[in-house]
Design a protein around this ligand. Structure first.
Ligand code: ARG
Length: 465
């Protein structure tokens, strides 16, 4: 039996009368992508071995041998010297085989009371926990960079849009803080997801638990898990935590994508609200004058793949009977690519935010063009006693006259304005200025520079904790 096992490279093949074909081997193997879980796999194995020794299931000597072997394997992996073999199917069997080569029987005892099913579920959770921590740190960096940009532009006026039509003047600081709010919620979602990721499947073994006197709480503690998974069938089979993570990641990318769209529009020479530092842009191979905002465009495009990964994982899980099925091997590539995409995107955006230069004159000129203070004039009339609907109508007529004459509301004389409502007096002109308009929206959540500064302080405090 033992001889046969060592002749064939597959750990499970003694039961089989013929080897799998090369095609099947390649089709079922995961080592070339799941080797990325190597550190988590070793971390999980060491915690498992420590528990086995503590419970007297393996000897202290076996435990020491496993520790020694794993230390060497880690060194080999980190140095790029570890030989990953397709024949050994996945990261787990590759490491276990090497361990046995290095330390003999102790390596073969490591898998006591464990299955690859609970092993891989543990590895993914360890990997994801650290990925979430990286993403949380990057979300923080991005928000800090946006807050700096908001602070430098707390008073900078630009038109706010609805339906892509000039609506009301706003401050650029306020606009940046809108994205900060989105990323605040993204961070909350990631942190919330982390709590459900951070639970230990090990001990579930293949699906039903194990006959050995294991101590799952001890392993959970060693690995820093907040709890154990309380049902062995559920522990090895569900990947809802990965789906949740991809949903949170898809929202991060959605927010990045919305911002990207604005950056692209703002950088168009037709708009010219901002410039993005050259190091984030590329040229054209044919048109020498071009400077393209490739980074935001790509981020907008990459949102599609992350959304796709979410749908992949949902579809992967749907219809799977209890407990573990090989389908779940397909969870890794979407998950890894989601992590890579979000991490790279957030890193580059935090950096790019420092390379955005604002062009206040262009923003101001645009705000002056679209009757952005029309609502302020209506509010002015309401404050003089006119019902809002009547005020709205009077201002609409004034705007129409301005459109005909191709001028702004503030270009009309007092007499002309009074033609639309006799309630209008000389104090109207301060209401029609852009500065007056933004300063007047001075309440919690409003666009007034004073509120922008207060909001910045709030966010900075939040990011300190
Ligand atoms: N490579 C597998 C995965 O990613 C590990 C678990 C395999 N378990 C099994 N019984 N074939 O899910």
């Amino acid at each position: 039996m033992t001889a046969q096992l060592s002749k064939k490279s597959e750990a499970w093949s003694a039961r089989f009368s013929e080897p799998v074909s090369d095609l099947v081997k390649r089709y079922t193997a995961s080592v070339f992508f799941d080797k990325r879980l190597a550190h988590a796999d070793i971390q999980g194995s060491l915690a498992h071995a420590e528990m086995l020794a503590h419970q007297g299931i393996i000897s202290a000597q076996d435990h020491a041998d496993i520790q020694r072997g794993m230390a060497q394997i880690l060194t080999e992996i980190d140095a790029g010297r570890f030989e990953w073999l397709l024949d050994l199917e996945d990261v787990h069997l590759n490491i276990e085989k090497r361990l046995t080569e290095l330390v003999g029987d102790a390596g073969k005892r490591l898998h006591t009371g464990r299955s690859r099913n609970d092993q891989v579920a543990t590895d993914i959770r360890l990997y994801m926990r650290s990925a979430i921590d990286d993403i949380l740190a990057l979300l923080r960096d991005l928000r800090l960079a946006l807050v700096d940009l908001a602070e430098a532009n707390a008073d900078t006026i630009l038109p706010g849009f609805t339906h892509m039509q000039v609506a009301q003047p706003i401050t650029f600081g306020h606009h940046m803080l809108a994205y900060v709010e989105m990323f605040n919620r993204d961070a909350e979602r990631m942190a919330d997801c982390r709590r459900r990721v951070n639970r230990l499947p090990l001990g579930a073994a293949a699906l039903a638990g194990t006959t050995f006197p294991i101590d799952r709480e001890r392993v959970a503690k060693t690995l820093g898990f907040e709890d154990v998974c309380h049902n062995s069938l559920d522990a090895v089979s569900d990947r809802d935590f990965a789906i949740e993570f991809c949903a949170a990641a898809a929202l991060v990318m959605t927010h990045v994508s919305r911002m990207s769209e604005e950056l692209v529009i703002w950088m168009s020479p037709r708009v010219g609200f901002i410039d993005i530092a050259d190091r984030f842009c590329t040229g054209s191979s044919i048109m020498p004058q071009k400077k393209n905002p490739d980074v935001p465009e790509l981020a907008r495009g990459k949102t599609g793949r992350v959304n796709g990964h979410l749908v992949s994982l949902l579809t992967l899980m749907k219809g799977q009977p209890l407990a573990y099925n090989k389908d779940n091997q397909e969870d890794k590539e979407p998950l890894f690519d989601t992590v890579d995409t979000v991490v790279d995107t957030l890193r580059i955006f935090a950096d790019m935010a420092t390379g955005i230069s604002v062009k206040p004159d262009a923003m101001r000129a645009a705000a002056l063009q679209g009757y952005a203070t029309a609502t302020d004039l209506a509010d002015y009339l309401v404050k003089k006693g006119l019902p809002f609907r009547d005020a709205h109508e009077a201002v609409a007529l004034a705007v129409r006259a301005c459109v005909d004459r191709q001028c702004d509301l503030s270009d009309l004389s007092l007499d002309e304005l009074r033609g639309f409502s006799p309630l209008i007096e000389a104090d109207v002109f301060s209401v029609l200025t852009l500065e007056g308009s933004v300063a007047a929206r001075n309440h919690l959540g409003g666009t007034a520079p004073q509120q922008v500064r207060a909001a910045i302080e709030r966010v900075r405090k939040l990011l300190q904790d």
